[in-house]
Design a protein around this ligand. Structure first.
Ligand SMILES: Cc1cc2nc3c(=O)[nH]c(=O)nc-3n(C[C@H](O)[C@H](O)[C@H](O)COP(=O)(O)O)c2cc1C
Length: 401
């Protein structure tokens, strides 16, 4: 379902304009998203945005090697994770409030991912509740550790009932990062001033107002609202989440979740080799090297630099995921070459969703697949398993990081 007025063709043209102006790295419509969205969720990053910028810059600095005459007539981007086949090693990562980017946005994105043969991860702080998304398309579920353990138990039961293929436990948010921009946008302000600011932003985007603001209701954090009751609006849900985030979380809580979740457990938000090893010891089946897209600790290093260290420390044995700054199939290839088994993206699908709904997300995934296939061919490999550090220029002499 494309957002009113945003046909895939129009979005593609937007994307092309964006490409011309910015020397394109984006396989998605950030220009379209900027035009469509009233709330500035596409700009959200912590503090000065240094880590968000480092994710992009360090990844772009990874130079690839080109090898020729290797018979790349057939290139296969497929991979297998937790016993399931994926069309490419790409996962739509958890993005809170994505349902504000398009009408019932998480449902649209989950459908696009399913159609493309890759997993979609529903954020704990989604607009659409887990049941609504799970009934529309298969999904993974992401959980934050909240003080209210009954809530966690309830969400685990729901995720199991929906047949979620994996649980992503995000551990890099014991407290929310410094995000002054969010305060200025009025998103989390339950008072009159916040309401007026949100209204003013919405009025400036009449298409969004009709398609999402009015037709896309209810606008609460679906999973939290089920706890707080039907009267709870967005601001109340955000306030509950902030008040309930468990800053006392330790590895014992990971074990606590492990004991209550039978499926694959992926710990997200690891930036240190020692933490990766601790996650494995606590029972994780996978790890996401992530700095939350630069939205938490501003100043922490990029994921492109952390990934090889962590891959070396783990030495294989459990799936290694990464996110942060991946904007196209070249970046995806770079992360695989640095040691990832699969890659998550956040902003790319959020922007594509805002620009053109389900069709936009499907198009974004299709473009990344196409780009990955070309990069693999030009790198001289025909299968994802053949991608490694030998395809990074100068690796032996000057490893990144
Ligand atoms: C607007 C926004 C909301 C996010 N919400 C969540 C969330 O609810 N849970 C979570 O684990 N990560 C969340 N993230 C982090 C992403 O899952 C991911 O780590 C990050 O976006 C990757 O970087 P990228 O945006 O450069 O791809 C969010 C990121 C953004 C940009």
């Amino acid at each position: 379902m494309a957002m009113a007025g945003w046909t895939p063709r129009r979005w593609r043209r937007r994307r092309a304009d964006n490409a011309d102006r910015h020397g394109d790295r984006l396989s998605c419509g950030s220009a379209g998203a900027a035009a469509a969205l009233p709330l500035r969720i596409f700009r959200r990053r912590a503090f000065a945005g240094q880590t968000a910028a480092a994710n992009l810059a360090d990844l772009a600095a990874v130079r690839l090697r080109q090898t020729v005459l290797r018979d790349v007539a057939t290139v296969d981007t497929a991979t297998r994770l937790f016993g399931t086949d994926l069309a490419l090693p790409l996962i739509l990562g958890p993005v809170g409030l994505a349902g504000m980017a398009a009408r019932r946005g998480e449902v649209q994105a989950a459908r696009a991912a399913a159609g493309a043969g890759i997993p979609f991860t529903l954020s704990a702080t989604s607009i659409c509740p887990l049941d609504e998304v799970g009934q529309a398309a298969p999904c993974w579920f992401q959980l934050y550790m909240v003080r209210d353990r009954d809530f966690a138990v309830e969400m685990l039961a729901r995720a199991a009932a929906q047949g979620c293929g994996a649980l992503v436990l995000t551990v890099d948010l014991p407290v929310t990062g410094i995000r002054w921009r969010d305060r200025r946008s009025g998103l989390a302000d339950p008072g009159l001033a916040g309401r007026l600011r949100r209204l003013a932003q919405a009025l400036g985007r009449p298409r969004w107002l009709a398609d999402v603001g009015l037709a896309g209701r209810p606008h609460a954090l679906g999973n939290i609202a089920t706890m707080l009751g039907p009267a709870a609006g967005m601001a109340e849900c955000i306030a509950w989440t902030a008040a309930n985030m468990d800053a006392g979380i330790t590895w014992r809580d990971v074990e606590w979740v492990r004991a209550r979740w039978d499926g694959p457990l992926i710990v997200k938000g690891i930036m240190e080799a020692g933490d990766a090893q601790a996650a494995r010891s606590a029972g994780a089946d996978g790890i996401v090297v992530s700095n939350h897209g630069g939205r938490q600790l501003d100043g922490v290093g990029s994921t492109a630099r952390a990934l090889p260290r962590i891959a070396d420390a783990l030495g294989g044995g459990l799936p290694l995921f990464v996110d942060g700054g991946v904007r196209n199939g070249v970046d995806l290839f770079r992360m695989l070459a640095l040691g990832a088994d699969a890659v998550l993206v956040g902003r790319p699908w959020l922007y594509a969703l805002a620009a053109a709904g389900e069709a936009g997300v499907a198009r974004m995934i299709g473009m990344m697949a196409e780009e990955l296939r070309v990069v693999m061919a030009l790198g001289g490999v025909t299968g994802v398993g053949q991608i490694g550090r030998h395809l990074i220029d100068g690796w032996r002499h000057a490893p990144p990081g």
